[in-house]
Ligand binder design. Sequence first.
Ligand SMILES: Nc1ccn([C@@H]2O[C@H](COP(=O)(O)O)[C@@H](O)[C@H]2O)c(=O)n1
Ligand SMILES: C[C@@]1(CO)OP(=O)(O)OP(=O)(O)OC[C@H]1O
Length: 158
Amino acid sequence: MIRIGQGFDVHQLVEGRPCIIGGVTIPYEKGLLGHSDADVLLHAISDAILGALGLGDIGKHFPDTDEAFKDADSLKLLERVWELAKERGYKLGNIDSTIIAQRPKMLPYIPQMAEIIAKALEADITQVNVKATTTEQLGFAGRGEGIAAQSAVLLVKA
Ligand SMILES: Nc1ccn([C@@H]2O[C@H](COP(=O)(O)O)[C@@H](O)[C@H]2O)c(=O)n1
Ligand SMILES: C[C@@]1(CO)OP(=O)(O)OP(=O)(O)OC[C@H]1O
């Protein structure tokens, strides 16, 4: 059995916050605003996995009204989502994601992101692809007001 899921998330870029994307803290003048650490890529991946499982989204599992998730480490949330997949007998087929950001430049950090994601999903690095694109200065991402991420995931049950 195979199941497909997709996820999309956006967080605002503001001063005074760390810029954590794909579990990597990227040196940048601004960071992502959220109830958690606002790791937009890990949120999109978590949503894609939950979607494949037919289990809703991260807001349902980890409400932003719950103090327990204030400044939460999104890698820990992804690990909890992955437990739900494992409990149901799924392994990762592959995952493909895109970060949509005018700046900062993601390319130097992508290998480390892929390594972190593969480890959390108990998969090989070859099963995880992360890409980045600008929006050619168009829209909220292009103006540097926020960063978006989207992800597609395939889960496989033997
Ligand atoms: N924040 C970003 C955006 C893009 N990249 C890399 O640059 C390439 C060209 O981007 P375009 O939007 O002009 O297509 C893209 O393919 C990425 O490799 C990046 O590292 N960080
Ligand atoms: C992760 C959670 C929970 O801390 O909060 P945020 O960091 O605000 O992220 P978002 O993608 O808006 O929604 C999921 C949330 O419930």
